[in-house]
Design a protein around this ligand. Sequence first.
Ligand code: 2IT
Length: 446
Amino acid sequence: MNVNRLMTDLERKHPGESEYLQAVREVLESIEELYNEHPEFEKAKIIERMVEPDRIITFRVTWVDDKGEIQTNLGYRVQFNSAIGPYKGGIRFHAAVNTSMLKFLGFEQTFKNALTTLPMGGAKGGSDFSPKGKSDAEIMRFCQAFMLELWNNIGPDTDVPAGDVGVGGREIGYMYGMYKKLAREYNTGVLTGKGLTWGGSLIRPEATGFGALYFVEHMLGEAGKSIAGKSVAISGFGNVAWGAAQKATELGAKVIAISGPDGVIYNPNGMTAEKIDYMLELRASNRDIVAPFAERFPDAEFIPGKKAWSVKCDIALPCAFQNELTGEDAAELLANGTWCVAEVSNMGCTPEAIETFIKAGILFAPGKAVNAGGVATSGLEMTQNAQHLSWSAEEVDAKLHYIMSQIHQACVKYGKQADGYINYVKGANIAGFMKVAQAMLEQGVI
Ligand code: 2IT
């Protein structure tokens, strides 16, 4: 394999798909050396096959807003890779959703799901529908119209969607309701992130954030450090940020920042149960602003236009969107003494930021390892659904804990360098790749 040659070819085939090309390049650079030691990969053209999705389903979603006006959005499902199990991955509703974004997410999901130890292939879907400013009735009508097109392409043994940015329990509920009506099929395993009264799993809402903090604990443990008493800056205020803030606080860290598109909340006294609950209210309001947090809690300050990375912290956790932490932000964090960065959002850091962190030798781990607890717990939800029973919160949490420790171990196994530094990016990419590649080799040319 030659990374530059492969990338030139992909850039020609998929011009302008910058997020997708970025995600592929990162993986190729990590695995190049190992790949070239395995002639069987080259012979089976594993990488040429792995970088292309199995198929992309695109459709039009037309619905009527509260004013009676007709709206048309685009809908997608990218079924990326099924080598190790049925397609699995979230659905994103965001104005900027396009093919490139969902291909990057589906590609990442394939490796992430491989890391979870569970048999799940990779997929992602979504729409350029923006939930911002929409009423509950509009969200419901949109979700129903979206499922009217998608339902025939998914199923508990073929493709199991879940939430992502802009899609939480409410949206999953509306989509699941419509799926049942259309498919005349009542298998709860067709979507994950469901409500607790209709097949959802305890801990699933918290799982991405909880899993991320378990991973960070392992990283710190490996480096002889602990999380208690450390300051943590979190970007975002949605479902992922909420779970991360909750677990970080529980583990004795102080969450001194959360943020939104409008600015950052500087929260020097850390979180309380009330503040953490309020994050859920903020998200549910559909206004996509974080400023009201400081009106509600006067010991916190709203700084408009600033990112979470402007706040001095030990540990930085991007929990919002891809490329939300740039090279410049990375330099600012380092100057302020940050020594650990864990991506909780998918591809939260730009390649320049990652390079800056790794060059500086600080602890850095990529999203596909750190945030895999979300989809892992989706996998546990599928298992419970298939067994027609539900496990206690303790049981799910213990399994999530174990899975995150396994992912951390896999990263260390493949990412430890001769000088002792653990390159978690390399470790996660190689560990995920090896599993998918092995499965593809064994299943022949399909
Ligand atoms: O990025 C992700 O891993 C998710 N949005 C969760 C996917 C899932 O199927 O639970």
